[in-house]
Ligand binder design. Structure first.
Ligand code: AMP
Ligand code: ZN
Length: 114
């Protein structure tokens, strides 16, 4: 989608620190890390968030979620635990309206989240 920063990153039009890519997802380091490990798992298909998601997207979202866990394990955070976060709407902290999962690890996390 035009003017979407994550679509531009996926297309290589904006530089990013890529850690993984396949035909369905693109994984980068977050530019403003909130934990020692802070990655963004970006489905390559553009839609804003869960409110903009169709039944057709269910497998893709499930895949992105599973890969986030797989990467956490690869990075050595299976034992310590890790957090996968997805914000929906400005009020919940969403600032980029292209669906993505945050993968956060490497520090203690509080509950409830801020
Ligand atoms: P959210 O606020 O849930 O929409 O998450 C958007 C995330 O994208 C934030 O954590 C930002 O730090 C991150 N971000 C914004 N621009 C970039 C960029 N150019 N490269 C990497 N991460 C970015
Ligand atoms: Zn996009």
């Amino acid at each position: 989608m035009e003017n979407c920063i994550f679509c531009k990153i996926i297309k290589g039009e904006i530089p990013s620190k890529k850690v993984y890519e396949d035909d369905r997802i693109f994984v980068i380091e977050d530019i403003g890390p909130q934990a020692p490990l802070h990655l963004l798992v970006l489905p390559k298909k553009h839609f804003a968030n869960c409110l903009d998601m169709t039944a057709e997207d269910e497998a893709l979202v499930g895949y992105a979620y599973r890969k986030a866990g797989e990467i956490a394990v690869q990075k050595g955070y299976a034992e310590s635990g890790f957090r996968i976060v997805q914000n929906n709407g400005e009020g919940a902290g969403q600032s980029v309206f292209h669906i993505h999962f945050h993968l956060l690890a490497g520090r203690d996390f509080t509950w409830p989240p801020g």
